[in-house]
Design a protein around this ligand. Structure first.
Ligand SMILES: *Cc1c(COP(=O)(O)O)cnc(C)c1O
Length: 384
């Protein structure tokens, strides 16, 4: 039994696996730098320890969605280049500039705000211009690109900012051969070429996320931004398993069984009685629920390793607990129930949970709630 077994539930984070994943991904994109995407608390794995481990393993950039996430890394003493891309008007531009964070700009309102903040701070901002090459979400439309590039160049010439990057994001990189991938690469090359013709000298041009890193080598440019693959999860089951890419899942979610009891046949289980025992049997109460990020959509379907076998949740997932029908097995209270992990002890994976809940593995790990302590293992760097 390990030392955290007395916890109700825990998400063990294997930082040695994360470092090995970073090294494997760097080897796959050896011409590019690697950005470790640690938004949303590193997809639920803990932003600060994961950022530190990724830098140790050779990542040179960190990426977050919000500026608050980027500032929190700096407040924790994390170095390296940090970029954030999800801004709203009135955001902490000045704090970001002063904290040496690269900021993404998709439109004129953002450029105006960062210019004002950099002028006030008396420090040139590091700005990365984001192009919408077809995702249809963030980024500057090709039609608006000349105005944005021209205004950014004017501010650069005045010394208010430096255009450090030109970048974009894919819509369908997880569907190999999807025609939008080539189309977006073409638009990206054109928008980069236009900016460079206007005098922009970016340090980094980048468009690749994990699926593009793994399957579209011509998308690597100067920098690859990887999130899910670094956490050892395949971007999509259709692309392959983590092992196919030399990756190992980083998070193991487990709980300590809270109660084991015998019940008669015909006993309804959990809210709504969507499961009924077919014979006299034993039940285990597993003390995690949808408040902990166990998807309620996986009621009656979610898999769990308990008492040496894979089982399926009986009935509804409640806010704080669910029940497993053990079919007569009698583990002790405190026995370990493993919801997901790397899979090599026979436990389910985050992908298995994604399938059971009708979602993607990204959502499974990212939604694990704050009530579940993260236990970071193997934090000391493995030299050599
Ligand atoms: C989240 C995110 C990524 C990382 O995507 P993965 O598929 O997890 O590698 C990269 N770039 C941007 C802009 C993102 O928002």
């Amino acid at each position: 039994m390990n030392e955290t077994a007395s916890l109700r539930a825990r998400a063990e984070i294997d930082l040695a696996a994360l470092r090995a994943n970073v090294r494997a991904l760097r080897a796959r994109a050896s011409g590019a730098q690697l950005m470790a995407v640690v938004k949303s608390d590193a997809y639920g794995h803990g932003a600060v320890p994961c950022a530190a481990a990724a830098l140790e393993a050779g990542a040179t950039w960190l990426g977050t969605a919000t500026p608050q996430e980027a500032l929190a890394l700096r407040a924790a003493g994390i170095g390296g280049r940090v970029m954030c891309w999800l801004w709203t008007p009135g955001g902490p531009w000045r704090e970001a500039v002063e904290a040496d964070i690269d900021v993404s700009v998709s439109g004129m309102w953002a450029l105006d705000e960062v210019v004002a903040a950099a002028t006030e701070a008396g420090i040139p901002a590091r700005v990365q211009l984001k192009a919408d090459t077809g995702l249809g979400r963030g980024g500057c439309q090709p039609a608006d690109w000349p105005e944005l590039v021209s205004a950014a160049r004017t501010a650069e010439a005045a010394g208010t900012l430096r255009i450090t990057g030109l970048w974009s994001h894919f819509a369908c990189a997880d569907e190999p051969g999807h025609p939008s991938i080539e189309a977006q690469l073409g638009v990206f090359r054109d928008m980069v070429a236009y900016a460079e013709k206007e005098g922009v000298e970016p340090e980094v041009r980048h468009i690749a996320n994990s699926p593009a890193l793994l399957t579209v080598p011509e998308s690597h440019f100067d920098l690859v931004r990887t999130g899910i693959a670094m956490y050892g999860i395949s971007p999509s089951p259709e692309l392959g398993t983590p092992a196919d890419f030399g990756l190992r899942p980083v998070m193991t979610l487990s709980a300590s069984v809270a109660l084991v009891k015998q019940v008669p046949p015909g006993h309804g289980i959990s809210y709504g009685h969507h499961y009924t025992t077919s014979a006299e049997t034993t039940l285990a109460l597993v003390p995690v629920g949808y408040a902990d990020g166990v998807p309620r959509h996986a009621s009656g379907k979610g898999p769990v390793l308990l008492a040496g076998r894979r089982r399926t949740i009986a009935g509804r997932v409640a806010m704080d607990q669910f029940v497993v029908d053990l079919g007569g097995d009698t583990p002790e209270p405190g026995a370990e129930a493993v919801l997901f992990g790397p899979g090599d002890r026979g436990e389910p994976t985050a992908e298995d949970w994604a399938e059971a809940a009708g979602t993607i593995a990204y959502e499974i790990v990212t939604r694990i709630g704050q009530r579940v302590p993260r236990v970071h293992l193997h934090g000391a760097p493995d030299r050599g």
